[in-house]
Design a protein around this ligand. Structure first.
Ligand code: GLN
Ligand code: ZN
Length: 758
């Protein structure tokens, strides 16, 4: 019999039960007992689902009260010392202080888990971290599952990945020096599993799929020599990319199996087949754990038959990675179009797919009805006129290089734009959104529920726009925005107006802690049937003689924050999105809007895990942006916005985008990251953020002025803009007005000083 398992299941619950229990606990509205009970109910339910689907193991250890990396730190007893907590007696309340900060200490740093939208808490290690103590929650969960009579396969983040993702505040400290101690701790943990009768343990090592230096590969060998000797069978799980470069090394380790992501990296299979020793199981990750499409089961089964003949029962079937990255179940979707729904598989439905694949390998006839059903779904998707739109296809085929290029180079456009816009030096602006007050949210929700009529709603939104415009005029800001009151979310707002996009009711995916996102689904060719923002922009512009920026979300961000169709290259979908945005940009210009901002906060997120794959991505992503932007006259000024950070390694691509102005987040790093722009001699205009919008603190005029002075040292003043780090939607009005007043004052002071020295 072919064995089946998953690498992990979403932990939040189909109704986001865990989120609500966490938040009730944080607000002290429910006690720890309640939270633990909700958690235990969810775990039992998810194990039950796995068992009911006929999987050979249930996976234990994928649960987390906030995050699996924080869970590892708690298990290993490796807590940031600055909190002063005793790792042996860590309470749940303290665990949450680590995750969310307390009065004395900021939270542990959070960052993206590889190329996903999931964020983990970065372990903080020091030379004297001992990996002693640590809580037993993981073992309690194992016991809980064993107590329910489950066949348990515990999962842990592996030592290499744990260490690789950790950081240290101690300068010059090499965290690899902690490896022996860390491995010792893993050995003890695995011994404790063995004592419980556990046969298999899954160690997740996605770090094997990024570019690794030789010393890290040596660390891998060292770690698994020791761990493999424990007497529990080890399944080394790789995912998100190929691990083929390490196949020969891993084949020599005293472990019993390896898991491969054959969705992202099907090409690696041959390299593994050539070296896989007799004692090793191969877990084939063949169902996409990162996307929501129903699998093409027949296409998956066929090549697996060869593998099955070759490996016999040493072939296991699994999703490509943990199902953490997809929603729990399609059951909660009552409004989704029935045909579209038949094309989808969320986590629960993927369990059945896994089982069907294994069945097809063991007993083809028994699996036939399920395969036929999957065929029918695929066929309906392929043939649907909602998916393939002749009009869009024709437009995509007709895209020319000229469409991706502004008419004149920046140096010439710049002069034209200056003459047309007549802005002062160091012009001031904001990034787009103004505070989203409870009243705004209520109005939007009531409109969506049909409780408020279209006209009333329009009035409400217009009064918000007027308020924002008047406020900016009073503050004497140079380039205004309408404030984005009508937008719930910068992708959803546009997706809802485009063809090819669908939205779920309950398709929640954990982003971090209790926070979940509901990514829209791009299922078909994208097309903009009519203008999306033109009326709003026109109204805002009618209120003032100052330029108002049109405000759009760019094609790469639209793509990155959605579930994307898997039946054509991402680059093609990006191109379709680019054409839709381009149509809007052109219409905004026609309506008299002279500055248009195309936000691309997710541009960097799309970078592949392997550096070798970067150039291809950057090529099509920058081109998609240029196509969205280049339909306008040279007098029209195109802005883009990216709310981070590390540009240094992608600056050529940023320059390739050729936006007239780019606004970025720099206030917290005190302009450090501008240095890269300076060193690279970034040619266009830049607005480095001078106001940290993540904090309610109001920066002083002097502090902003100092940041601007720093910026002037790196970028010539005539190419600098003055703006906050990002949109202001999470802030309140009083602090926003105060901060912007200081920002304008700082800009004016510096202008005066520049005029004197000029
Ligand atoms: N224009 C958007 C806003 O101001 C940009 C948001 C973002 O960069 N994430 O809210
Ligand atoms: Zn931003």
């Amino acid at each position: 019999m072919t064995r089946t398992h998953i690498l992990g299941f979403p932990r939040v619950g189909a109704q986001r039960e865990l989120k609500f229990a966490q938040e009730a606990f944080w607000r002290a509205e429910a006690d720890e007992g309640h939270l633990r009970e909700v958690a235990s109910t969810l775990r039992a339910r998810h194990w039950q689902l796995q068992r009911a689907a006929g999987l050979d193991f249930v996976t234990v250890g994928d649960f987390a009260y906030y995050d699996q990396m924080l869970g590892m730190s708690a298990l290993l007893g490796a807590l940031p010392q600055r909190f002063g907590f005793d790792p042996a007696t860590l309470t749940l309340a303290q665990y949450y202080e680590l995750a969310r900060g307390n009065a004395a200490q900021p939270a542990m740093e959070m960052t993206k888990w590889f190329d996903t939208n999931y964020h983990y808490l970065v372990p903080e290690l020091a030379p004297d971290t001992t990996f002693d103590g640590g809580v037993d929650w993981f073992f309690d969960e194992v016991d809980e599952a064993l107590g329910l009579g489950m066949r348990v396969k515990p999962v842990l983040v592996g030592p290499l990945t744990y260490l690789r993702l950790a950081k240290s505040h101690v300068a010059g400290f090499d965290r690899l020096s902690l490896l022996p101690r860390l491995v010792n701790r893993y050995v003890r943990i695995i011994d404790a599993l063995k004592a419980r009768g556990v046969e298999w343990v899954q160690l997740d090592e996605p770090a094997l799929c990024v570019d690794l230096e030789p010393e890290w590969l040596d660390a891998l060998s060292l770690a698994y020599e020791a761990i493999g000797a424990c007497g529990v069978s080890v399944l080394l799980a790789t995912y998100f990319e190929t691990a083929a470069d390490h196949a020969a090394r891993i084949a020599k380790l005293p472990i019993q199996g390896v898991h491969l992501d054959l969705v992202r990296a099907p090409g690696q299979l041959d390299a593994w087949r050539a070296v896989l020793p007799q004692r090793m199981v191969l877990s084939a990750g063949v169902v996409d754990g990162r996307n929501i499409w129903r699998a093409d089961l027949r296409a998956i089964v066929e090549p697996l038959q060869v593998l099955r003949a070759e490996l016999g029962e040493r072939l296991w079937i699994a999703p490509s990675c943990s199902l953490l990255h997809v929603p729990v179940s399609l059951d909660g979707e009552r409004k989704l179009d029935a045909e579209l729904k038949s094309w989808l598989a969320f986590a629960t439905e993927k369990l059945d797919e896994i089982r069907t694949i294994a069945l097809a390998l063991d007993d083809a006839r028994a699996a036939e009805p399920a395969l036929a059903q999957a065929d029918a779904a695929r066929a309906s998707r392929r043939q649907s006129s909602a998916v393939v739109n002749a009009l869009v296809q024709k437009r995509v085929a007709a895209v020319t290089e000229a469409m991706a290029t502004r008419k004149r180079p920046f140096a010439e456009r710049n002069g034209l734009q200056r003459a047309a816009l007549k802005l002062p030096p160091l012009p001031t602006t904001t990034i787009g959104s103004f505070p989203q007050t409870p009243a705004i949210r209520q109005a939007r929700a009531a409109y969506k529920r049909g409780e408020v009529g279209a006209l009333d709603y329009l009035e409400r939104m217009r009064s918000e726009i007027e308020r924002a415009v008047r406020c900016q005029e009073a503050l004497d800001i140079d380039v205004l925005v309408h404030g984005e009151a009508e937008r719930n979310d910068m992708v959803e707002y546009f997706g809802e107006q485009l063809w090819g996009y669908a939205f779920t009711e309950n398709g929640w995916v954990q982003s971090y802690g209790s926070r979940c996102v509901k990514p829209p689904i791009i299922y078909g060719d994208v097309y903009r049937p009519e203008p999306m923002t033109v009326e709003t922009a026109k109204y805002a512009q009618s209120l003032t003689s100052r330029p108002v920026k049109g405000m759009l979300t760019g094609p790469v961000t639209m793509l990155q924050w959605s579930f994307v169709r898997d039946d054509q290259p991402r680059a093609t979908t990006a191109l379709q999105l680019a054409l839709a945005v381009r149509d809007e940009v052109v219409d905004l210009e026609k309506a008299g809007i002279r500055i248009i901002q195309i936000d691309e906060p997710a541009f960097r997120e799309g970078l592949p895990l392997r550096r070798g794959d970067w150039p291809a991505y950057l090529e099509w992503a920058a081109r998609a942006f240029r196509i969205s932007a280049a339909g306008v006259a040279d007098e029209t000024q195109i802005h883009t916005h990216m709310c981070y950070s590390e540009f240094n390694d992608i600056l050529p691509a940023i320059a390739e985008m050729d936006a007239d102005v780019i606004t970025i987040e720099t206030s917290r790093s005190a302009m450090e990251l501008l240095d890269g722009f300076g060193a690279f001699s970034y040619p266009n205009e830049i607005g480095p953020g001078v106001y940290d919008i993540h904090s309610p603190r109001v920066p002083t005029t002097e502090a902003i002025e100092r940041l601007l002075e720093r910026a002037c040292e790196v970028i010539p003043a005539e190419r600098l803009w003055v703006n906050p780090d990002c949109g202001l939607k999470t802030r309140g009005w009083p602090e926003t007005e105060a901060a912007l007043a200081n920002m304008v004052r700082a800009a004016k002071r510096l202008r005066e000083r520049l005029a004197v020295t000029a």
